[in-house]
Design a protein around this ligand. Structure first.
Ligand SMILES: Nc1ncnc2c1ncn2[C@@H]1O[C@H](COP(=O)(O)OP(=O)(O)OP(=O)(O)O)[C@@H](O)[C@H]1O
Length: 483
């Protein structure tokens, strides 16, 4: 075999996976799908020890992964991605590009409305139907859909069942998401690990709560949402504002744990982040800075400040560099504050965006980013499909969860039961002993009519609970069917 330069995150050669097997497959267009060992597919806790032993050292700050697990992780590249509204009136993303590699955390930052969530949705393949995208998005060098269980997405809005406790939410989720080949004790152990990783031990027995009932705090809700998604140890994790609602210490711990997990499990993490504190910013390996749908900077997070300084926007002393980036390119409030007038020249932020976008296009950073994309695409890689819980397990666990939910919902279950019993007693009293004559036929029909209408009307009362459950179920649909 010809000696090719070894990219920094190439898998350690082994008899079961030759170093260049996947790469060669990508180049020839054939994908070799070696039958993975059962433990690896299932992702059992026991198997994770095996995976861990597959890599010795990971320096996750400079992104060099000297050894990665045999299931070589998932890289994603995107080039010249455009997103427009279906009616053609607005262009949200203007030809953005970038890449993310296993073990790394890529932060997408930018002012509000610049297209961060749209980019995340485009990469995750869950763009709104009223938006159109074009561009070249590749998973391990190929245009392909992600196999089951490969990716997870934590949405901005936490979709959780209000009546469950934190422990129940995680345990039910573990039973539904993890494969039947995994022992229940292993599933619970995996859930325990995720609970510890997200620092939820103290809130385990607290109800989640919702609009009407107070439950866990906003920060704990966010951590719970992340916890539910990392149970399967996805290869690709998309996070939309994982630190919103968290104080700076909690933000740091959550992001730090996600970065550790990414490094340990060779997980590729792409996160939309709003205004990180300096400690959190230091955790990011890569930074994708957007403004008005255009790339201001894409490259190592550590080099971003140098890029701003060399283009005339140095960070003032004692200012958080993430704040500095966002302040420099935020034009939203300039109109209101009178900086922009109809006749005036471009505002300072418009000017900065213009300078930085052009500077980035002609910079070495942009060249390096393109080279990196090319290298990643050349590398290829095998995506191992994961097993999921069987249909029967899902039905059983979801039914059980639904009963627990209804049983604890006083309005939905107990109040309705009380109403049914009272109406039953009334009807029984009114129609008691009405005999078997011709007259009783009319009485029976009117009673049946009344009971039928009542049940139909009462069913409408359960609609809000049904909507809540649908939201949670939608998430599962995304997780299980969309994948
Ligand atoms: N379905 C849509 N149709 C038309 N425009 C849309 C649609 N979805 C989003 N937009 C617009 O696209 C722009 C980018 O939206 P997006 O949600 O990606 O921004 P963002 O950077 O994530 O903002 P924030 O940080 O406030 O969440 C916004 O101006 C928004 O109004």
């Amino acid at each position: 075999m010809a000696t090719l330069p070894l990219p920094c995150w190439a898998p350690t050669p082994s008899p079961s996976q030759p170093r260049w097997g996947s790469s060669a497959a990508a180049l020839t267009g054939k994908v070799e799908q070696p039958e993975p060992p059962a433990a690896e597919v299932g992702g059992a806790v026991g198997s994770r020890r095996g995976i861990h032993s597959g890599f010795d050292s990971i320096d996750h700050r400079d992104g060099r992964l000297d050894h990665i697990p045999r299931d070589g992780g998932v890289s994603i590249t995107w080039e010249d991605v455009w997103v427009t509204a279906a009616d053609g009136r607005a262009t949200i993303l203007h030809g953005v590009g970038g890449s993310a590699r296993p073990g790394q955390v890529l932060a997408i930052m930018g002012p509000s409305g610049c297209g961060k969530t749209t980019l995340l949705d485009t990469l995750a393949g869950r763009l709104d139907t009223d938006l159109r995208s074009k561009g070249d998005i590749r998973i391990n060098g190929r245009r392909q859909r992600l196999a089951f269980g490969t990716s997870a997405y934590v949405t901005q809005e936490d979709v959780l069942m209000a009546t469950l406790t934190v422990r129940e939410a995680i345990y039910y989720s573990a039973q539904i998401q993890l494969p039947d080949t995994m022992l229940l004790s292993d599933k619970l152990a995996r859930a325990g690990e995720a609970i510890q990783e997200m620092g939820l031990t103290s809130a385990l027995e607290t109800r989640i709560g919702g609009r009407t009932t107070k439950g866990i705090s906003g920060g704990q809700r966010k951590r719970l949402s992340i916890c539910l998604e990392i149970l399967t140890r996805p290869r690709l994790l998309f996070l939309d504002e994982p630190t919103s609602g968290l104080d700076s210490a909690a933000s740091f711990h959550v992001m730090n744990r996600i970065a550790d997990l990414a490094a340990r499990e060779s997980m590729t993490t792409v996160a939309v982040v709003h205004q990180p504190c300096s400690e959190v910013f230091e955790i990011f390996h890569g930074l994708c800075l957007l403004a008005c749908g255009q790339t201001i900077y894409f490259g190592p997070a550590t080099n971003a400040i140098e890029f701003f300084t060399s283009n005339g926007y140095p960070c003032p002393p004692m200012r958080n560099i993430a704040d500095h980036f966002l302040r420099t390119i935020n034009r939203d409030f300039e109109l209101e504050s009178g900086v922009i007038t109809i006749s005036s020249k471009p505002s300072p932020a418009d000017e900065a965006i213009d300078v930085l976008v052009n500077a980035y296009k002609s910079s070495n950073t942009s060249e390096n980013a393109k080279k990196e994309m090319h290298d990643i695409n050349e590398m290829g890689g095998v995506i191992i499909r994961r097993n999921q819980a069987s249909f029967l397990t899902k039905v059983f666990v979801l039914t059980r969860r639904s009963f627990v939910n209804m049983y604890r919902d006083v309005g939905y279950y107990w109040l309705r039961l009380g109403i049914y019993i009272s109406i039953g007693v009334c009807l029984g009293t009114i129609y008691y002993n009405f005999g078997y004559g011709y007259d009783s036929i009319r009485s029976r029909s009117s009673m049946l009519m009344f009971t039928g209408s009542l049940l139909t009307l009462m069913a409408i009362g359960g609609f809000p609970s049904f909507v809540e459950e649908m939201k949670v179920s939608d998430l599962y649909v995304l997780l299980y069917i969309w994948n």
